[in-house]
Design a protein around this ligand. Sequence first.
Ligand SMILES: C[S@@+](CC[C@H](N)C(=O)[O-])C[C@H]1O[C@@H](n2cnc3c(N)ncnc32)[C@H](O)[C@@H]1O
Length: 444
Amino acid sequence: MIKYIGSKRTLTSLLVSILEALPNFHSIIDLFSGTSRVGHAFKAAGYRVASNDLNAYAHSLATCYVQADRERVERDARRLIAEFSRLPGRDGYFTETFCRRSRFFQPHNGARVDAIREAIAARNLDPELEHVLLVSLMEAADRVDSTCGLQMAYVKSWAKRAYNNLELRLPEVLPALPQGRCEAHRLDARQAARELRADVAYLDPPYNSHSYLGNYHIWESLVLWDKPEVYGVACKRVDCRTRKSDFNQRRRHVEAFQETYRALDCPLVMVSFNNEGFQSRQQMQALLAERGPVFVISRDFKRYVGAQIGIHNPKGERVGEVTHLNNKEFIYLVPTEAGRRTVGLEARLRAIAERADEPKTPKAPQRRRAARAPVRDTDALRARILQALRRRGPQSMAELGRALQLSEYHLRLHLGALANAGAVRRDEAGRPRRYRLAEQIADG
Ligand SMILES: C[S@@+](CC[C@H](N)C(=O)[O-])C[C@H]1O[C@@H](n2cnc3c(N)ncnc32)[C@H](O)[C@@H]1O
């Protein structure tokens, strides 16, 4: 998936485990979906997901990772990826704007982006298939860019990865869920809150004035392919000046958030917000408390890469120092009026918050290695997980991770899907929790 500021990559397993402890909840709305990592993890765990984001590139990601079902798109996507991978480069808007006027990509890669993007546009494809190919292209370009993960600026001398050749890969589109279709929307969060219904709403809004459109303007132009006029060193789309989100404005943020929150018709609301945003923990708790008791989980979180390396001006000169490398991410859980009719929900949420808020043990080096293991073929991976459980008997997630060199994120995805399909069971008692083959339970 693309590099993205505020991405909840490291929190998805915690978010999924919260809902897994609440057996009555089966559907979720992700109102600010960004990369769609969160929606993807929930769909993989068997939840029906509706994703929403204001920006076109995020809608494309959500259509690919949440709405599209593997059975419907995989064959055509594989065929077209193979075909487009053979296309020779052809200079066009992308090369001129992002490789010559600015230096985000090397021209040989820019020309291939131009050729592939024109080919996608020319085919008039079914929208879901088109979004899968756009995501494949976006992610391929992301792997050879020359930025720190933000498109406000490119790095002074070429990043090493920019010399690699652009390579299209099939995104990890998930299989259909038996309980119904997942959806991707492109609405303002306030409208989405009024129109969409689910058991749970997850809100991960922008925290500060850094506009996502400005930070990811190249992906917006790549997806919309409207070849807009651009301005400044970073060649941003001119509409970055006018398309502003209220959530990015200090004066409007709280009101926009409150309007969204009040409009939600979901028994449980989960909110992610950090300690450096427009609202402090106290303010957020006070705002959320108007609809129910608020339970809070906190996590240390690595700050965005700019904060790790210091602040630089457009000439690449350092103008700001690194102050601190981590901040705190808070997850707020609120059972709303409807939720409080569910017997025992408050007690469960209290227990979840108390347990999850325990200090985390430091990551073992092995886990870090596992997190980098490439994951491509879902079926093959699931077969390996089943084989490991068959051979080794019940295993904890950490044991499986070590044995298969898989990250917790991927294990959670695939174990969730296997549990959903009835192939794997999770022991409810004991810590760490163990997973076993369903057939082993039948065998006794
Ligand atoms: C913190 S990011 C979400 C990150 C996401 N949870 C992930 O893991 O990738 C906030 C998102 O809110 C979106 N956004 C900004 N203003 C919005 C609005 N008014 N309505 C809906 N989405 C909005 C941005 O495009 C951005 O993707």
